[in-house]
Design a protein. Structure first.
Length: 528
């Protein structure tokens, strides 16, 4: 074993999930297979143990034997201890299924023992080097003379007793444990193995401390960078800082949760006017919203999409009010409600539709996730049901869908060529053609701070859901149309980078898992 070689090589794969636990498990596995230290031909087993384990195992080193747990150990039941006999301090520790739970005065056993969880934390292992009390949710094992207690503890860790306790009937049974096998090296060799394992575990502690320090620094850098990006002022200095951070995404994102945070940061920057530059040549949002109103009023005055719905939409438009104290927006931007940005905002028919074996696809809230429409487990309705359920407005490709519940606030755009019907707890947004860029509105509705812009707040004691009015009056920061296109192009570009980072993380993890095994083998068996 070469500790320095291990240290140098392990840095190559230390970002692998569970790398340190895997290393510790690998060391214990080598220890109980006789691969960690060289054997000494002078070490011998006692005659009594030879009688217990008469068969020679050619897969083990000379003088090693293999026997079933039940032939070597006695898992003794613990005993309940009344509350009035338990103290916060005392000479004798009281063990539950996974550690010390109290103290007492008189021990159940005066001998050192290994405590094994029976119920609760079934299979959990704890080492007690003096007198102790084991409660009735655990076993205690007093090592026989031919076992060094610390070697036995290492070996029991390799048996994965916790897995035995996860069956149909939770809890570790002695019968299941007794059917497992233990190896028994000569006692002198056990002690040398324990010394080597201790040495390597100290090395693991060093590696873990180094890894934690590195991850802490990286986490601080990522958190600080995302914080500055989310809270920076719209200045040239901020833009240079943002460009630097966005240009070093791989260094800032090494975990899936960090990429999720990055996606949210990108959207926050985009919807705050901090991702692309403003231009004085762009038509301001005020003029854009005026054009939207003119075209919408013309459509509604003509009875679009039908006279009844047109009257409803006109009445809702007249009631629109913007809250006071809204944050300031970049030059050329303007606040508006969602319905003011749109031609129509329509609720679904809030009744359960009768399904049919074929026909028009009925979209449910589960079909809208992460800005996309999916057709997982599609449901269908017939033409007659479609006519009734879509009487207010028949959904069209390009319309934006919003879920009000289960879950709340998921959005997507109806793809080209798709004919669908809205299921329950969904709403439809139809934009005026050639005004608001649909993909900008989609990103706006995916804002991680969306609920801060809901004027009519969500309701529901257990499962929150958006009110219909909450969707209609949702506040939208509207940029000039030309800037909307620039924002979408930049967000699309950065989201592709995020997707590539996610893919690379998955690939890297698979590769480093394979590399980890090779590094462990090479470093742990190499000679000094």
């Amino acid at each position: 074993m070469n500790p320095e070689l291990l240290l140098n090589h392990f840095n190559r794969v230390s970002d692998t999930p569970n790398a340190l636990p895997r290393l510790r498990t690998f060391i214990r596995g080598l220890a109980v297979r006789g691969k960690l230290i060289e054997q000494n031909c002078e070490d011998e087993l006692s005659q009594e143990l030879r009688n217990k384990c008469p068969d020679v195992d050619l897969n083990l080193p000379p003088s090693w034997f293999r026997c079933k747990v039940g032939e070597l150990l006695n898992f003794q039941y613990g005993k309940s201890l009344p509350d009035n006999a338990r103290e916060e301090k005392g000479p004798v520790p009281v063990f539950g299924s996974n550690g010390v739970v109290a103290f007492t005065v008189a021990p159940l056993t005066k001998n050192p023992a290994i405590i094994i969880g029976r119920k609760g934390s079934a299979g959990a292992l704890n080492l007690c080097t003096g007198p102790s009390w084991t409660t009735d949710v655990a076993y205690f094992v007093e090592p026989p003379f031919f076992f060094d207690m610390r070697f036995l503890f290492i070996e029991l860790q390799t048996l994965r007793l916790d897995q035995l306790g996860k069956g149909v009937k939770p809890g570790l049974s002695r019968r299941d444990a007794y059917d497992l096998e233990l190896v028994v090296p000569p006692l002198a060799e056990q002690r040398r193995i324990v010394a080597k394992v201790n040495e390597l575990m100290i090395l693991c502690d060093r590696l873990e401390a180094t890894q934690l320090e590195r991850e802490t620094r990286r986490e601080h850098l990522t958190v600080s960078s995302l914080h500055h990006l989310n809270n920076g002022a719209n200045t040239a200095v901020f833009r240079r800082y943002a460009n630097f951070c966005l240009g070093h995404l791989p260094s800032l994102t090494t975990r899936p949760d960090q990429i999720k945070q990055l996606r949210e940061t990108i959207l926050s920057l985009a919807l705050g006017g901090q991702l692309v530059a403003q231009s004085s040549k762009d038509e301001p949002a005020e003029a854009l919203l005026h054009r939207i109103k003119q075209q919408r009023d013309k459509l509604l005055d003509q009875g679009y999409p039908n006279p009844s719905e047109a009257r409803t939409q006109l009445l809702k438009q007249q009631k629109q009010v913007l809250a006071g104290g809204l944050r300031s927006l970049p030059t050329g931007w303007q606040w508006a409600t969602l319905i003011q940005c749109s031609a129509l905002v329509v609720d679904c028919h809030n009744k359960t539709a009768p399904y049919s074996s074929a026909g028009v696809i009925l979209l449910r809230t589960t079909n809208v996730r992460d800005g996309r429409l999916n057709l997982n487990e599609p449901k269908f309705i017939d033409e007659q049901t479609y006519a009734r359920w879509s009487a207010r407005c028949q959904p069209e490709p390009g319309d934006i869908l919003i879920t009000r519940e289960a879950p709340m606030g998921e959005v997507c755009i109806i793809p080209a060529g798709m004919r669908i019907c809205l299921g329950q707890r969904m709403m439809l947004v139809r934009l005026v053609p050639n005004t608001i860029f649909p993909h900008f509105m989609l990103y706006s509705l995916r804002d991680p701070k969306l609920m801060d812009r809901v004027q009519d707040k969500p309701v529901g004691a257990t499962v929150q859901h958006l009110r219909v009015g909450g969707v209609e009056t949702l506040l939208v920061a509207v940029p000039p149309l030309e800037e909307q296109h620039r924002i979408v192009a930049k967000v699309d570009e950065l989201m592709r980078v995020c997707t590539q980072l996610e893919s690379q993380l998955t690939t890297n993890q698979a590769e480093t898992h394979r590399l980890l095994e090779a590094v462990l083998h090479q470093a742990l068996v190499a000679k000094v």
